[in-house]
Each structure stands twice: as structure tokens, then as C-alpha cells.
Design a protein around this ligand. Structure first.
Ligand SMILES: [Zn+2]
Length: 103
């Protein structure tokens, strides 16, 4: 199985449904995606190869650190803002909380 970053490239829905989907082909990844099951038109869905996630295909569990390394954002474990990109001792926190923490 190969890893694909699948999302709604037109961002026409409530969110763009960014996710990593494991599949054999881009079409299969799109078919399995959250975007497709949410009714996003097929031609609006992008499936981009992400070889760096292939190693997680077996378990399907991708650590947050791997997403962060690929430039993804998370909800901050401390304040809940959707801009967390720092992993500290198992927590994922935003820049603001990172500064607070070290202050
Ligand atoms: Zn925060």
C-alpha cells in the first residue's frame, strides 16, 4: 500500500478533508477518502503521493510527529487553537504555548 495525501482541492465544503489514505492507486485513495464520502465531486479531489508515510501503511497509525514533519497543523493540546506544530514531550502545542511554557 502507498500513502496519498487526499483533500478537496477546491475547498468547497466546510473543510478540505485533509487526510492520509493508504491505497494502491490515486483513484483508490480518492474512492476511500473522507472527501469522497462527504460528497465532494470526484474531479475536485486531489490525491498526492506521500512516500514518507508509506512506512505506516501496515498499522495505519501515523504519529503526529510525522504529520508535523510534513507541515501539517494540529489543534493545540493546551489552548485548542488550530496552529500547533511543536511536539514537546508527547504534547503538540502552538508557538504561543511553547513560549509560555519556556517563560
Ligand atoms: Zn496553544
Amino acid at each position: 500500500m502507498k500513502a496519498y495525501h487526499v483533500y478537496d482541492k477546491e475547498n468547497s465544503g466546510e473543510d478540505a478533508c485533509h487526510e492520509i489514505v493508504f491505497a494502491e492507486t490515486p483513484a483508490q485513495a480518492k474512492y476511500r477518502s473522507e472527501a469522497y464520502s462527504n460528497g465532494v465531486p470526484w474531479t475536485d479531489i486531489a490525491a498526492i503521493r506521500k512516500p514518507q508515510f508509506d512506512q505506516y501503511a501496515e498499522t495505519g497509525e501515523i504519529p503526529r510527529s510525522a504529520y508535523i514533519a510534513d507541515g501539517w497543523y494540529f489543534e493545540c493540546d493546551r489552548c485548542g487553537s488550530f496552529s500547533a506544530q511543536n511536539e514537546v514531550n508527547g504534547e503538540v502545542i502552538c508557538d504561543f504555548c511553547l513560549e509560555e511554557r519556556s517563560a
